[in-house]
Design a protein around this ligand. Structure first.
Ligand SMILES: C[S@@+](CC[C@H](N)C(=O)[O-])C[C@H]1O[C@@H](n2cnc3c(N)ncnc32)[C@H](O)[C@@H]1O
Length: 266
C-alpha cells in the first residue's frame, strides 16, 4: 500500500484514539498503581522473562500501562502511539511513578529515524495492536529496522480468528471474513467493544484491518525474522456461563509470538 493511502487510514484512527483517550482519562491504571510498584502486565510470565537492561520499543503503547510494566521489570522503554492524548497520559503516569520512560507520539509507519536505526533489543506489541495496521509487510520491515541483529520481537495479541467469531447464544459462529487483509472495515461508531466509552455522538469512526496469522508470520519471515515461538491459547473467561466457557476452550483466543532478527532484509 502506498504511504499516502496508509496515512489516510491511520489519521482516521489517530483522531478516534485521541478522542477515546480524552474520554477515558487515566482509566483504571493510574500513575499511583505504578508508583506503588504494581504492574499491569506480568512481565516475568512472558517468553522473555528477564527484562533488566534491555532496550525495548513498545509499538502502539496506548497510555503506557504495559510499557511502564516493562520499565518496572527493569527495561529501558520507549513507547510509541499515534494518539498524542495517550502519550500525554503515559508521560504523566511515568512521572508520577518516578519511572524512566520515553514516550513518542508517532504513527508506526512514520517513526522518527532514531527509532529505525537498529538500536533495540526487543520490539513489543500487546493486545489489540495488529488490527489497526493497513500494511502488514511494511510493518514487518519497520520491526526489523528497529531491532539490533539478534534482537527479538514479542507479540501478545488477540487471535485474528477469534475476532471473526460471535456467540449466538449456543455456539460461536463466524461473522467476519478471516481473510479480509487490507480491505478496510469502517466502523462508524468507533471500535466495537469500546462502545460505552463515551457518549455516542462524540465517538469518531475507525478503520480496521484483518491479518490472518499466516500473513503475519510470512511478512516477518520475509523481513528477516526467524520464528522461535507461536503459541495459540484459548480465552479464559470465568465470568461466562459454563457452556460458553467450554466452547471458548476449544478455540484460539490469543497468541504469543517470539521471533529473532537473524538477517538483514534482502
Ligand atoms: C487497543 S490499543 C492497544 C493497547 C495496548 N495493548 C496497550 O499497551 O495498552 C490500540 C492502540 O494502537 C494505537 N494505534 C493505532 N494505529 C496506530 C498507528 N498507525 N501508529 C501508532 N499507534 C497506533 C492507538 O492509538 C491505540 O492506542
Amino acid at each position: 500500500m502506498e504511504p499516502a493511502e496508509i496515512a489516510r487510514f491511520t489519521e482516521v484512527n489517530r483522531h478516534a484514539w485521541d478522542t477515546i483517550a480524552l474520554v477515558r482519562g487515566e482509566g483504571l491504571h493510574s500513575g499511583e498503581l505504578f508508583a506503588q510498584g504494581e504492574a499491569n502486565l506480568p512481565a516475568n510470565e512472558l517468553p522473555i522473562s528477564d527484562w533488566r537492561g534491555l532496550d525495548v520499543l513498545h509499538l502502539q503503547c496506548a497510555s503506557g500501562e504495559d510499557t511502564l510494566s516493562l520499565a518496572l521489570a527493569g527495561a529501558r522503554v520507549t513507547g510509541v502511539d499515534i494518539a498524542p492524548e495517550n502519550i500525554r497520559h503515559a508521560r504523566r503516569k511515568a512521572k508520577l511513578a518516578g519511572l524512566d520512560a520515553t514516550f513518542v507520539a508517532a504513527d508506526v509507519y512514520q517513526l522518527p529515524p532514531e527509532l529505525l536505526a537498529g538500536g533495540f533489543d526487543v520490539v513489543f506489541l500487546s493486545c489489540g495492536a495488529l488490527g489497526w495496521l493497513p500494511d502488514i509487510k511494511r510493518w514487518a520491515g519497520i520491526v526489523t529496522s528497529s531491532l539490533k541483529m539478534g534482537g527479538r520481537l514479542l507479540v501478545d495479541e488477540i487471535h485474528p480468528l477469534f475476532i471473526c467469531l460471535e456467540y449466538d447464544g449456543s455456539r460461536y459462529v463466524a461473522v467476519e471474513d478471516y481473510f479480509r487483509r487490507d480491505r478496510p472495515q469502517w466502523n462508524a461508531a468507533g471500535p466495537p467493544g469500546l462502545a460505552g466509552t463515551g457518549p455516542d455522538d462524540i465517538m469518531p469512526g475507525t478503520v480496521e484491518f484483518r491479518w490472518p496469522l499466516g500473513d503475519i508470520i510470512t511478512a516477518l519471515a520475509w523481513a528477516g525474522m526467524r520464528i522461535e515461538l507461536l503459541d495459540e491459547y484459548p480465552n479464559d473467561r470465568p465470568e461466562l456461563p459454563a457452556e460458553q466457557q467450554e466452547r471458548l476452550r476449544k478455540l484460539p483466543g490469543g497468541f504469543v509470538l517470539l521471533a529473532t532478527k537473524d538477517r538483514d532484509r534482502t
